[in-house]
Design a protein around this ligand. Structure first.
Ligand code: KG4
Ligand code: ZN
Length: 356
């Protein structure tokens, strides 16, 4: 079947069309067209995502991107071009989620096709099996699996004992790890989104074998649970900068040293707890996904803790950040699992705080 996928949970407008077939264990996909329009430039002056502006941009972008994917696939929008629509209904920013849902409803009514409302975090989990073009199949994953979901809004350790059955065994008690990267970047005078900026500075320091002269805390690392706290780490950076006399007094080398130590601390918290969960639950597959999964240091450290014993998956090119392909995969697999039963279109609502 052909599916149109829509993602608008934050500041990326994503639309794709894919051909999906097969059962849960044999599902395969062909990407016919995929577009993501990032709003980063628009939010830079605000140092973060400004929801009302994000909503306005989605409303403007959705019809434009739809035209582009229909043109690329040569499908005729007047003649029911797809068999179903998947759309993210949560978690995320309620106003932006609604723009995607309302858009999906209009199309579903016009084309008389079902809507498959899809969980954004489940999308991130499945993103590791996807590709942003061409064809792919869902591999045979050995269970139990663990998914480390790290993004701007979430930091969750999700245990998967049975396929598509989730249990959150650890999560952040305050800021998400991506949020901490963004906030620390802002303190260092780096533009939004800060994750890639911090990561770049830290990588440069590693290449040049610069050692950080600073020491930051690893909050909750020895706590007897699998939870995280990144707000204290962020505050520790704030105090460090203050003690150094403020940002104006800090040179580029000191900035990289702070970025390096912050990244080391944040990633150590993640990998330490992940290793503990792997041990406790005898995990055989590790899935690291979400925007922060693009981080080089995180990838290297996750490789170190899994070695050859645990099969490790990361998102491929263009699939770490928000995209609609992951929504299509998760949506299709749920559609098959639920024997093609879908909710009534009128009942579909945004759920900003939706959990797995
Ligand atoms: O999944 P995502 O695109 O959006 C959300 O659903 O939140 O994640 C965005 C987050 C931002 O906080 C961004 O700074 C962070 O992912 N990020 C990174 C890197 N690339 C993106 N953090 C650390 N290192 C990176 N290379
Ligand atoms: Zn996301």
């Amino acid at each position: 079947m052909k599916i149109l996928n829509i993602e608008t949970s934050c500041d990326d407008t994503g639309i794709s069309i894919m051909e999906a077939k097969g059962g849960i264990k044999s599902a395969s996909f062909k990407i016919l067209s995929n577009k993501v329009s990032s709003q980063i430039e628009i939010h830079i002056p605000y140092g973060g995502v400004y929801p009302a502006l994000a909503k306005r941009e989605h409303i403007k972008n959705l019809p434009i991107i739809l035209e582009e994917v229909l043109k690329e696939t040569k499908l005729n929008k007047k003649e029911r071009p797809v068999d179903a629509i998947t759309v993210t209904y949560g978690p995320g920013l309620e106003p932006t989620l609604w723009t995607g849902i309302v858009f999906a409803k209009e199309l579903a009514e016009k084309w008389n096709v079902p809507i498959i409302p899809t969980n954004h975090m489940e999308g991130h989990i499945f993103s590791v099996f996807g590709k942003n073009k061409g064809t792919f199949k869902i591999p045979n994953v050995k269970l139990p699996a663990l998914s480390v979901l790290v993004s701007g809004g979430h930091t969750e350790l999700v245990l998967i004992k049975k396929w598509m059955d989730y249990e959150i065994v650890g999560e952040t008690l305050d800021d998400a790890v991506g949020e901490a990267f963004d906030k620390v970047a802002r303190m260092l005078g780096l533009p939004y989104p800060g994750g890639p900026q911090i990561s770049k500075l830290a990588e440069e320091a590693r290449v040049r074998k610069i050692l950080s002269g600073f020491s930051l805390p690893r909050p909750m690392i020895y706590a007897k649970n699998f939870n995280f706290s990144f707000s204290g780490l962020k505050t520790a950076v704030l105090y460090l900068i203050r003690d150094l006399g403020g940002l104006d007094k800090i040179n580029e080398k000191t900035k990289s040293e702070i970025a390096l130590e912050f990244e080391n601390a944040a990633i150590e918290c993640l990998t330490y707890k992940t290793a503990k969960v792997i041990e406790k639950y005898k995990i055989r597959t590790l899935i690291v996904a979400g925007g922060v999964a693009a981080n080089t240091h995180l990838r290297n450290e996750m490789k170190n803790i899994t070695k050859k014993k645990v099969k490790l998956y990361f998102p491929g090119e263009g699939l770490s950040g928000d995209n609609s392909i992951m929504i299509g995969i998760a949506g299709y697999l749920n559609y098959i699992k639920n024997k093609k039963k879908v909710p009534k279109i009128d009942s579909i609502k945004a759920a900003g705080n939706l959990r797995l």
